[in-house]
Design a protein around this ligand. Structure first.
Ligand code: NAG
Ligand code: NAG
Ligand code: NAG
Ligand code: NAG
Length: 409
């Protein structure tokens, strides 16, 4: 009987841990413990990169101290350029101190957020990490000029294996592409921006339906676009084909909101949104609803989740969503409930991996519940009660519970 109760408790613990799926880390708070990185921390917030870091599951942040940041700020880059430069410092993979010193063949290339957000062309946005002689580890963007001093690993600031590593490097990373002037949002070609960043199908539909000017003319006065990912539109294509020409236009315009909304604004406001398709009594509206750090968009028929940011620069924001928004004006209420979708996190994680940087066979020391790492994670928990561990600990509880079950039966 006692065994049975322990089993139930363990099962409940495992369930509680695995249901807390939203982000376990908050880079702003992690860096706040290190005052000599306050400038770097501040710029992660004002460039909205902090949100991108918090949303990702497997990530490394290469921080530079306040002295290093004042060298960068002395160059008086505009904020969008600073954002590109800082996104070179964020890798879509986990590199704790231990892993940095165990790089297979002494060198690896990893993709940074500059690459992942599609701002970078070609190979720029990739960063070489080299385990050099004497135990030094160097970082160099693949397209950087090799003259300046190479940034090197200084120390580890915070590690939550294999979710997030925050490390100090000696100086800022930069590359000609990241330093290049960026276009003002109003000069951007919205359709080609979306096409380049994973919303090719949506962009093509807008062009072939001839509604791109409705979008581009709205940028000046503020515009938020929610573009369904190419994967979401693949499944939807047969139903799209079935719509009339007017229906197609309305569906596309339904994904634009004629007001600028940053991710932060969306996170802090629930409620109805009018869209570019709203006209008189044809409401074509949907509801924004926060769910932890996730932002969900609900129509009467589907719920979509924001999975990425293509651009977030007043007056234009473009977010990627995992479902096509279906307005009740065009579609009947849901057919029998579809199977639950895998969490969007796993998607973005596999996207990060697909973006490159995995070719050094690091699977061997990659994510996995190695027992000593679990112990380290537990220690982290006691240091910061608000931090919720999900993966490894939940898996451990679950396997313990299974063990008990086997014992009872
Ligand atoms: C992260 O922490 C900072 C400072 O404690 C706080 O202001 C911010 O709201 C937090 N962000 C999230 C997404 O929880
Ligand atoms: C990055 O690594 C690649 C492959 O090892 C190498 O060809 C290239 O020269 C390196 N670039 C820099 C800037 O270190
Ligand atoms: C935007 O780019 C597409 C090609 O990517 C082009 O066909 C279109 O004419 C451009 N629109 C504007 C307004 O420049
Ligand atoms: C397209 O419309 C026809 C006629 O209304 C309907 O029978 C068919 O199921 C629809 N196809 C899809 C994929 O919605």
């Amino acid at each position: 009987m006692e065994l049975r109760i322990s089993f139930l408790l363990l099962a409940a613990a495992a369930a509680a841990l695995s249901s807390t799926t939203t982000n376990a880390h908050n880079i702003t708070r992690m860096l706040a413990k290190h005052p000599s990185f306050s400038t770097f921390n501040h710029y992660l917030t004002v460039t909205h990169l902090a949100g991108e870091i918090n949303r990702r599951r497997t990530i490394t942040v290469c921080a530079v101290d306040n002295a290093g940041m004042s060298d960068l700020l002395a160059k008086h880059y505009p904020l969008p350029t600073l954002k590109n430069i800082l996104s070179l410092h964020i890798f879509a993979d986990y590199f704790g101190a231990k892993k940095l010193h165990q790089i297979t063949k002494g060198s690896t290339t990893t993709s940074s957020l500059f690459q992942a957000t599609g701002e970078a062309a070609g190979t720029s946005g990739y960063v070489n990490i080299t385990d050099m002689k004497g135990g030094k580890v160097g970082f160099a963007p693949v397209d950087s000029d090799s003259d300046g001093p190479m940034a090197t690993f200084v120390k580890s600031l915070e590690e939550l294996p294999y979710d997030i590593a925050v490390i100090q490097i000696s100086n800022t990373l930069t590359s000609p592409e990241a330093e290049a002037p960026t276009a003002a949002p109003t000069d951007l070609n919205v359709t080609s921006l979306m096409a380049k960043q994973g919303c090719q199908t949506f962009s093509d539909m807008i062009v072939s339906q001839g509604v791109q000017s409705t979008f581009s003319d709205s940028v000046q006065g503020g515009l938020t676009i929610f573009c369904p990912s190419d994967e979401a539109l693949d499944d939807f294509r047969p139903r799209y084909k079935n719509l009339t020409a007017d229906g197609k236009s309305s569906l596309l315009l339904y994904h634009g909101v004629p007001v600028y909304n940053s991710l932060g604004m969306l996170r802090s406001s629930n409620g109805l949104m009018n869209t570019l398709a709203t006209e008189g009594t044809k409401k074509f509206d949907f509801t924004v609803q926060n769910d932890g750090d996730d932002v969900k968009l609900k129509t009467k028929i589907v719920t979509a989740t924001i999975t990425g940011t293509l651009i977030d620069e007043d007056p234009l924001a473009v977010f990627k969503i995992d479902e096509v928004l279906l307005p009740k004006e065009l579609f009947k209420a849901a057919p029998p409930a579809p199977a639950p979708k895998p969490a969007p996190k796993s998607k973005s994680k596999s996207k990060g991996a697909a973006a490159g940087g995995d070719e050094d066979g690091e699977e061997a020391d990659g994510p996995g519940p190695a027992s000593d790492d679990l112990a380290a994670a537990d220690e982290d928990d006691s240091n910061d009660g608000e931090r919720v561990r999900t993966g490894g600990v939940a898996a451990l509880c679950f396997s313990l519970a299974l063990g008990f079950l086997a014992y009872i039966c």
